[in-house]
Design a protein around this ligand. Sequence first.
Ligand code: HPA
Ligand code: ZN
Length: 322
Amino acid sequence: MIGRTRVEDLPKAELHVHLEGTLEADHLLELARRHDVALPWRCVEEVRAAYAFTDLQSFLDVFFVGCRVLRERGDFADLTHRYLLRAAADGVVRAEVFFGVQTFLGLGVPLADQLDGIFEGFDRARAETGIDAALITSAQRHRTEDDALAMVDAVMPWADRIVGFGLGSTEIGNPPSGFARYFATVRDRGFRATAHAGEEGGPDYVREALDVGVERIDHGVRSVEDPDLVARLAREQVPLTVCPLSNQRLQVTPDLATHPLRTLLDAGVLVTVNSDDPSYFGGYVADNYRAVRDALDLTDGELEHLARNSLSATWAGPPATP
Ligand code: HPA
Ligand code: ZN
């Protein structure tokens, strides 16, 4: 449309993206061949055919298969570098990226190969495009809280390059209240904290996440089922890192035309738009902006507001004093 803002031209932050979820199908197959990793798929078409998800777990099952091909420091560096160049082309000036070290420790990849590779990717992308990146180490809630606490200790040698800690993986049955000690520990050590909540879990999961001290909510879209919670999120200006194409592909919302982003935005909640696992869900961050613009008739002013929200919700500065 003539005169409309190009989404890529809006400076923005991406606050909810899993590095493992940026592995494109062709790169996945190339790495599988290089490292002789057996996969259930032989070609890009077969990989893409596996991306027909019915819920979060059906996605996670495929996502963890994809993780098997990332074996060496250079794999993590290339993955990170490719994502950041792609993000920079979408107008991202700051990316706070999730990564789950527990997966790769379980696959026998030393922590130093994982993290030094990621930070090499950060440095290469910054030198080439100026993009600023920070790491959020994410604990997996299908594992125990003691596992999460052990993970925090294990990554401390890289503490100066880690901005915060998150909580991801299978939500239902693994509520945030089970990770209260984990979040208290990371906050005590001066890190920022966020949790996936209100994606498949209900508004009670979002309340619990706030109660254990997280500062942002990843997804949070099911908050709309509880008007008191929506009012609290708006009053306290808690950022929600919403991922519309993810919600559509995991059938969290029946379609984008009924996506809760409109209700949340109208209620004054600090909503941001992000990609989650772009190679699995069919779109990077600018694709997500365009998808909600088209489905929800967002104005240029609303798109600018969403981009400004993302910049205001970064953890680029020191932690807010409680
Ligand atoms: N939810 C929970 N865990 C995840 C996701 C998600 O959307 N993406 C990658 N890990
Ligand atoms: Zn996520």
